[in-house]
Design a binder for this molecule. Structure first.
Ligand code: ATP
Ligand code: LTN
Length: 330
C-alpha cells in the first residue's frame, strides 16, 4: 500500500512560479511513489471576498493548471473541495475542539488582517486553518507537500488530530509536512526579503501564464544586490540567490554549475539567460493549459470522477467521527 499525499491550492487569483516551484512541481514528482490527492480548495478561497463568476472560472483554471503541469488523473485524484461536503462537516466538528488562542497565533491570519480592524475580519478567515485540517485528516494523509508558509497550518492539524484522538479514541492519522528546501520560499522579484505572493504588485511575481515578453521584462527589472558576481549567498546576496534558485529549479542545472557558467559575466547577461530558461520551461505548460481551457467538459469530467472517488474515503471517515462523538445513528 502506497502512503497518501494530500495538498491543495485556492482558486483565488493567478498562480505564480512560487506556487509552482514550492508546491505543484513537487506534486508531479511525488505521483510516482505515493497515492496522491490534489484538491482545488474553493471554500478556502471565499474566506476573502470573491466575485462568483470569477470563482467558477478560477476553480476550473486551477484544475487545468494541475493537469497542464503534469498531474495525471490516471495516477492521482483531482477534485474540488466543495464537491465533497464531508470537508465542511468535519471542519465543524474540529471547530469544537479548536481554541481561539491557537487560531489567533496563525501568522497567515495575522498577515491577512494586518492594518485592518480585527473586528471586521471574517470568521471564515479566522477559521481557515480548521477547514485545512479537515481536508488533510479526512484521508489518513501521511504527507502534506506545501511551501514553507503552510508549515504552521500543518502543525495545527497535528495538534487537532492529537486532541481528538485523546478525547475520543484513535481516529486520525498524524500527518507530516513535506517541504523541499529548494523552492520552499521563492522570494518576490521586487523584494527578495519577502515570499513571492500573488497579493503583491505584478512586478513581484512571474505568473505561470505570463507571456514571454512580460517574463523577460519582469526579470530585467528584478532587483539585484550590490557587486557584480553571480554567487549563491542567501545572507549576503538574497536577490541573486533567489534568481539562482529559480534558474536551478527550471533548468535542472546545479547552482555551482550555473555560477561557473556566468563567472565574469554581469547581472544583465545572467538575467537574459534566466529569462530564456523560464520561458522555455513554461512554453509547453502554457500550450497544454490553453488547449485544456478550450474543452471545459473534459476537465469537469475528471473533477466529477475525482469527487466520486474521494467521497467514498471521506464518508467512511465521517461515519467513524460521528460515531466517536456520539451522534445518534438512525
Ligand atoms: P497569497 O500570498 O496571495 O496569500 P500564495 O501565493 O501564498 O497566496 P497560496 O494559494 O496560499 O498562494 O499557496 C499555494 C501553494 O503555494 C502553497 O503550498 C504555498 O505554500 C505555496 N507557495 C506560495 N507562495 C510561495 C512561494 N513564494 N514560494 C514557495 N511556495 C509558495
Ligand atoms: N492553505 C493552503 C491551501 C490548502 C491546503 C489544504 C494545502 C487548503 N487545504 C490541505 C494542503 C493541504 C494554502 O496553500 N494557502
Amino acid at each position: 500500500m502506497k502512503k497518501r499525499i494530500f495538498s491543495g491550492i485556492q482558486p483565488s487569483g493567478l498562480l505564480h512560479i512560487g506556487n509552482y516551484l514550492g508546491a505543484i512541481k513537487n506534486w508531479v514528482e511525488l505521483q510516482k511513489d505515493y497515492d496522491c490527492i490534489f484538491c482545488v480548495v474553493d471554500y478556502h478561497a471565499i474566506t476573502v471576498p470573491q466575485d462568483p463568476k470569477t470563482l467558477t472560472k478560477e476553480t476550473l483554471g486551477i484544475a487545468n493548471i494541475y493537469l497542464a503541469a503534469g498531474i495525471d488523473p490516471k495516477k492521482s485524484i483531482i477534485f474540488v473541495q466543495s464537491h465533497v461536503p464531508e470537508h465542511t462537516e468535519l471542519a465543524w466538528v474540529l471547530n469544537t475542539i479548536s481554541k481561539m488562542g491557537e487560531l489567533y497565533r496563525m501568522t497567515q491570519f495575522k498577515d491577512k488582517t494586518q492594518g485592518k480592524e480585527q473586528e471586521s475580519a471574517g470568521a471564515g478567515l479566522f477559521d481557515y486553518p480548521v477547514l485545512m485540517a479537515a481536508d488533510i485528516l479526512l484521508y489518513d494523509t501521511e504527507f502534506v507537500p506545501v511551501g514553507e508558509d503552510q508549515r504552521q497550518h500543518v502543525e495545527l492539524t497535528r495538534t487537532l488530530a492529537r486532541r481528538f484522538n485523546n478525547r475520543f479514541g484513535e481516529t486520525f492519522k498524524m500527518p507530516k509536512v513535506l517541504i523541499k528546501e529548494a523552492g520552499a520560499k521563492i522570494k518576490g522579484l521586487d523584494d527578495p526579503e519577502k515570499k513571492m505572493s500573488k497579493s503583491a504588485s505584478s512586478a513581484n511575481y512571474i505568473a505561470l501564464l505570463d507571456k514571454p515578453d512580460i517574463i523577460s521584462n519582469k526579470i530585467k527589472k528584478a532587483v539585484t544586490d550590490s557587486g557584480t558576481e553571480i554567487k549563491f549567498d542567501p545572507e549576503g546576496k538574497p536577490a541573486i540567490s533567489n534568481l539562482l534558485t529559480i534558474y536551478h529549479l527550471f533548468s535542472g542545472e546545479e547552482i555551482k554549475d550555473i555560477e561557473v557558467k556566468f563567472q565574469g559575466k554581469g547581472y544583465g547577461e545572467f538575467k537574459e539567460g534566466l529569462a530564456e530558461v523560464v520561458i522555455d520551461y513554461l512554453k509547453p505548460f502554457q500550450k497544454k493549459f490553453f488547449e485544456l481551457e478550450k474543452n471545459p467538459d473534459f476537465t469537469k469530467k475528471i473533477l466529477k470522477q475525482g469527487a466520486g472517488q474521494v467521497r467514498k474515503i471521506a464518508s467512511k471517515k465521517m461515519e467513524e467521527v460521528r460515531e466517536k462523538i456520539g451522534v445518534l445513528d438512525i
